[in-house]
Ligand binder design. Structure first.
Ligand SMILES: Cc1ncc(COP(=O)(O)O)c(C=O)c1O
Length: 349
């Protein structure tokens, strides 16, 4: 078998660019061989369900899926009736980065709120709820937040608590897109159970961006939405026949807090980069560094030169803001290589 890519390549584009942690790879290999029941009724999926209860609380149920977009669409479909609408920020992944899937696949209407840091506040929710009861208006029924957010920021537990309280006071349910929940929990120094205790109804637990080959796990915390979930997962094309290979990854990822070690490392690399560049001239750090990404405005010539050296995303073409993202396998040497180039290009024009 020929390796087609350069194994020495590294990038700051996305945690999706990284490979698979060796422990996860081993878990996939160990789950291989012989026959085992398909479609999620296998021993690995049952073990995962037990582990999800241990990590999130006894009422939690696990529904592993292929990807984050699928997880979002399934959860929001479960929480949002035909007349309902989903409150989210303009930066939300479901608004910006999932093509028309929310509207086309699930018929979801999104009510967006512009926020400077990717975080929704209780007053944002309250403001949008003023037409509840008016049959002419889309009815807010669901709140979508992501933890960590698309801008790398994190809600505190108190902030999630306040969002849930406000949402419930209007009769709304709450979904947490946890594509980077591991990074957020590592940053907050909290457990998954702490997030569950805030009273959110459903969340997704992201594995792909934190060392897994692929897989996210929907965690249904409010049993009222549990019965419908197996059907929605199948309807939305997210029930894998060889489910055991997604579940086995999660079992390894939850074991010995591997998730926490990998997320802490990625976060530490982002903090390191931030500390090394924050006081350099002509650099503006645009968001608090609370997970594994650094958002910064750099002079245009620096951005242009850096693109010749590394993969990373331009976040805002107008302001010159870029996103520099760390992964579980980003090394300090790699971050130093980036820092050295930034410093070099800043001295040139
Ligand atoms: C916050 C968030 N949610 C969901 C997703 C979707 O994940 P996927 O690309 O696996 O569909 C992403 C992917 O980048 C994400 O950043």
């Amino acid at each position: 078998m020929t390796t087609l890519h350069n194994r020495q390549n590294f990038a700051f584009a996305s945690d999706n660019y990284s490979g698979i942690h060796p422990i996860i790879m081993e878990a996939i290999i160990n789950a291989n061989g012989g026959h085992e029941t398909a479609y999620g009724d296998d021993v690995y999926s049952h073990r995962l369900n037990a582990l999800i209860k241990t990590n999130f609380g006894n009422t939690a149920t696990a529904y592993p899926v292929f990807n984050g977009t699928g997880a979002n669409i399934i959860a929001l479909s479960a929480l949002t009736p035909r007349h309902g609408a989903v409150i989210c920020t303009t930066n939300a992944h479901i608004h910006n980065d999932e093509s028309n899937a929310p509207a086309y696949v699930a018929g979801l209407r999104l009510l967006t709120v512009k926020t400077p840091d990717g975080k929704l506040s209780p007053s944002d929710i309250a403001n949008i709820c003023h037409r509840i009861g008016d049959p002419h208006a889309p009815q807010p029924t669901t709140v979508y937040i992501s933890q960590a957010t698309e801008l790398g920021t994190c809600y505190t537990l108190q902030e999630i608590d306040d969002i849930v309280k406000t949402a419930k006071s209007f009769g709304l349910s709450v979904y947490v897109d946890g594509a980077r929940l591991a990074n957020a929990c590592a940053y907050l120094g909290c457990t998954f159970a702490d997030i569950a205790k805030t009273g959110v109804d459903i969340l997704s637990l992201g594995g792909t961006k934190n060392g897994m080959m692929m897989g996210e796990c929907l965690v249904v915390l409010n049993p009222a939405f549990d019965n419908i979930m197996p059907f929605l997962r199948k309807n939305h094309l997210q029930l894998s026949s060889k489910h055991r290979f997604i579940s086995a990854q999660f079992v390894a990822w939850l074991n010995d807090e591997l998730w926490q070690k990998l997320a802490t490392h990625a976060n530490d690399m982002a903090q390191y980069l931030y500390n090394q560049i924050k006081d350099l001239p002509n650099i503006i750090i645009t968001q608090k560094v609370q997970s594994n990404a650094v958002f910064a405005i750099l002079p245009p010539h620096v951005v242009a030169r850096l693109h010749e050296d590394f993969h990373f995303y331009d976040w805002n073409g107008e302001t010159g803001e870029v996103r520099l993202m760390m992964s579980f396998d980003t090394t300090k040497e790699q971050v130093n290589a980036l820092i050295d180039k930034i410093k070099l290009y800043l001295t040139q024009s």
